[in-house]
Design a protein around this ligand. Structure first.
Ligand code: XMP
Length: 523
């Protein structure tokens, strides 16, 4: 197994810490985020980073209880980059001073939003490619500010409100910036990270090819000759995990694809063909639609639908997994954003908006150990790995599809008749989007069949059929979303096609709700 250099990001709770990791991964540098209160000397010895980044955060270093990294962060001879709060904590711990701003009750000025930094002092390797146009736009978000530099530091960039916008102690390879180079609004920020990792000596060899080889070796070492089962949904994460594990252990892996009768048109066939025929995987195609649809008969409450499906899914999966006989591992497509333990200063559980469906609870119930080969990856890296493994682009770029499937796109009672209408309308809508070349611009698009019949006229006759709503949103992570601005021509043409081609629908509407206040799905 190749050993890659690792960069440690110590998290002080900034909203944008994950973006630091994104920028570094784009530079083929392997990094991990760990909350400051978990980073002890023993941890540092074990993790053995080649460089450290101290993130921003909402606390104030003028407060005696403010979070701090262990002092040895500065005595290991490692390059350190402090960002915003990270800069302030660094200055204070190394003998400089920080003045509280408005937020922490001090007299200094706070600074939020766009600012412009100009070069000062000697040129700095960290700033190669900066200031070519004179000044650089950066994003500031700080209440406190450094009022005296620590010994050894010099100024290399200033902004009107931040005289110590960029500082460095070259002898020790310590760098500290007041702004956030990781955000979109610091357009040249990636260059700064690139210069930092170059100065720190990273080879930039953390590519998907390397990841694939390492992951395969790790899976083999973890699993040995044991059997592994995997719940394959046909979504990108579980598909990539399955293909990767299959490459590592071949027939020791069995996938279970549960068809709950709530899939889209042709979906079950596509998944089965791809994995069983193309990848030659052991795949159980569990057609359990009768069981799910019977249990959902008469259910109208969205949470009851979700819970019913979640519960049955576990039962059904367990039943088929038992058929495999003797499996001791369960494979899951867990991603890095799910495992990062962010520092939460607000605390407290958040409100459940919807109970999401996954296979959680299964490992304990079945006494299985987990194989999670994507735990270190972000979503776009999973897609890159999928391409590396030869999954077709058309498959990797597919819109997300929720575990409870069409059940939550069919408000009110679910019947086979309604599901058939919904499938047909959805197929026409997606076909329209593809024909117009819009599929990849849209995060997710689907039809919701409304529990409403409306009167229409077709030919010379009266119709009394269902109304449906088209939904299409743009989003980065599904947490917030905006409706997609289709042209009226597109909407008109799509409505006409759905009404002409789908029996049972005589009215089409377009949902223009953003998230929040709406959610992406209707239930
Ligand atoms: P909402 O409707 O909450 O959806 O705005 C956000 C994203 O999550 C998907 N979604 C789910 N995915 N199991 C899943 O695997 C679920 O139970 C579930 N509910 C919603 C939804 O399709 C959107 O992409």
């Amino acid at each position: 197994m190749t050993q890659h250099d690792r960069l440690l990001i110590i998290d002080f709770g900034s909203q944008v810490t994950q973006l630091i990791a994104r920028r570094l991964r784009e530079l083929n540098v392997y990094c991990e985020i760990h909350p400051f209160n978990r980073v002890t000397d023993a941890f540092l010895d074990d993790f053995a980073p080649r460089a450290i980044i101290l993130s921003g955060g909402p606390a104030s270093v003028v407060n005696p209880d403010a979070p701090r990294p262990p002092p040895s962060v500065f005595t290991r001879g490692l390059p350190v980059l402090g960002i915003c709060y990270g800069q302030q904590v660094m200055m204070q711990m190394l003998g400089g001073a920080v003045e509280g701003g408005k937020i922490s009750g001090g007299g200094g000025t706070a600074e939020f939003g766009r600012a412009y930094v100009t070069a000062a002092g000697d040129p700095l390797d960290l700033l190669a490619g900066w200031f070519d146009q004179g000044r650089e736009q950066v994003w500031m978000s700080h209440g406190d500010h450094v009022s005296r530099l620590a010994p050894g530091f010099a100024v290399h960039g200033t902004s009107p409100n931040a005289p110590y916008a960029i500082t460095a102690d070259l002898a020790r390879r310590f760098y500290a910036v007041q702004f956030h180079p990781e955000v979109h609004h610091t357009p040249n920020g990636k260059r700064l990270y690139e210069n930092f990792v170059r100065a720190a000596g990273f080879a930039g060899d953390w590519t998907m090819g390397a990841y694939r080889e390492d992951a395969i070796a790790k899976i083999r070492a973890q699993v040995g000759d044991a059997k592994v089962i995997c719940a394959l949904s046909g979504g990108v994460d579980s598909s990539v995990a399955a293909v990767l594990i299959h490459e590592a252990i071949g027939d020791q892996l069995t996938c279970v694809f549960v068809d709950h009768g709530l899939l889209r048109q042709g979906e079950a066939e596509q998944v089965v063909t791809m994995f069983r025929d193309h990848y030659n995987m052991a795949l159980i195609h569990a057609d359990e639609s009768e069981r799910f649809l019977t249990a959902l008969d008469g259910v109208t409450d969205p949470e009851v639908k979700r819970k019913t499906i979640g519960r049955l899914f576990i039962d059904v999966f367990q039943k088929h997994a038992t058929e495999v006989g003797g499996a001791t591992f369960l494979a899951q497509g867990t991603l890095y954003p799910d495992v990062i333990e962010s520092v939460s200063f607000s605390g407290g559980p958040s409100v459940t908006i919807k109970s999401h469906h996954n296979v959680g609870g299964l490992p304990e119930k079945m006494g299985l150990k987990l194989v999670e080969p994507l735990r270190e990856l972000f979503k776009d890296e999973v897609r890159a790995l999928g391409r590396e493994l030869g999954l077709p682009d058309s498959f990797i770029g597919r819109h997300p599809f929720p575990g409870p499937g069409l059940a939550i796109r069919c408000p009110g009672e679910i019947t086979r008749e309604k599901l058939a209408i919904l499938r047909a309308a959805d197929a026409v809508y997606i076909d329209q989007i593809r024909r117009h070349g819009l599929y990849d611009e849209i995060w997710q698009a689907f039809v919701a069949l409304l529990p409403v019949r409306t009167v229409g006229v077709m030919g010379d006759g009266r119709t009394y059929d269902y109304a449906c709503a088209l939904r299409a949103v743009t989003s980065v992570d599904g947490m917030t979303a905006d409706y997609y601005p289709f042209t009226h021509e597109f909407l008109g043409e799509t409505a006409t096609r759905i009404i002409n081609e789908v029996n049972g629908i005589n009215r089409v509407t377009y949902d223009i709700t953003s998230k929040p206040p709406g959610t992406i799905e209707w239930e």
